[in-house]
Design a protein around this ligand. Sequence first.
Ligand code: ATP
Ligand code: TZP
Ligand code: MG
Ligand code: MG
Length: 259
Amino acid sequence: MSTLRQQNPLIHCMTNIVVTNFTANGLLAIGASPVMAYAKEETHEMAEAADALLLNIGTPSETVIESMIHAGQAANKKGTPVILDPVGAGATSFRNELVARILQHVDITLIRGNAGEIAAILGEVGTVKGVDAQIKTDPVVLAKRAAEELNTLIVVTGEQDVVTDGSRTVTIKNGHEWLTRVVGTGCLLGGVLAAYLAINRDDKIKAAAEGLAHYGVAAERAFAKASDRGVASFQLEFLDALSTLSEEEAEPFYRMEWL
Ligand code: ATP
Ligand code: TZP
Ligand code: MG
Ligand code: MG
């Protein structure tokens, strides 16, 4: 985290209208610089300037997807990490088509989704309700299968998070159930993973695992402070924890296991 603050990576976020402000504040809290840019007249330039690009299809439109593809291709040309959050994949055929189009035209570095969304990308049906996961499957098996089929890094989040490239796999058991009661915690996490990949390009699996563990420990700290109040206080305490928790403080609490 201190490295992240020192390097202050610029994260070009193309995200959804529900979580825009929360994502920008969360990225500022960890020491990154967020910028939201959507117009196809500028996304290629912004993506070229950025240290990582986040593509989140939470509130999709045809125009924005076209812009995302321009941005993704500009990032690819520079070797900049591109993170895809396939929000609500499986909920509508439009979203499924958009994910397929992005994967066809852009080289994605990492896909982060809940188990239902990742299963939906692999063609399973009935795995998502709105934007929420509806399946109880083994996330390790699912993530490995997705990494092999899609040939990219996969992060499946939930009670336990999994990062894998199909052969190296790590699980992270930090976090708190209240993260599911605040909208946008999955979406912000996509931005946080983008920031971690921006500053650690050599070992991306380790970088993603550290990002997930740090995020989870921040949530645990927030719950300890806000549990007698409620989820609005939890959201504020979570942003506070992201802005104050150092790597040194958080690391002893990481529950990370390499399989
Ligand atoms: P959904 O739309 O289904 O809520 P999401 O896209 O918001 O999914 P989550 O899977 O909820 O994403 O992940 C967001 C964060 O919440 C991750 O850091 C994850 O580890 C954490 N998380 C989710 N469920 C739990 C849980 N039951 N216990 C602890 N942490 C959790
Ligand atoms: N509807 C479209 S995008 C979105 C909702 C509710 C936000 C989803 O955020 P998250 O991070 O998946 O909870
Ligand atoms: Mg959620
Ligand atoms: Mg989500």
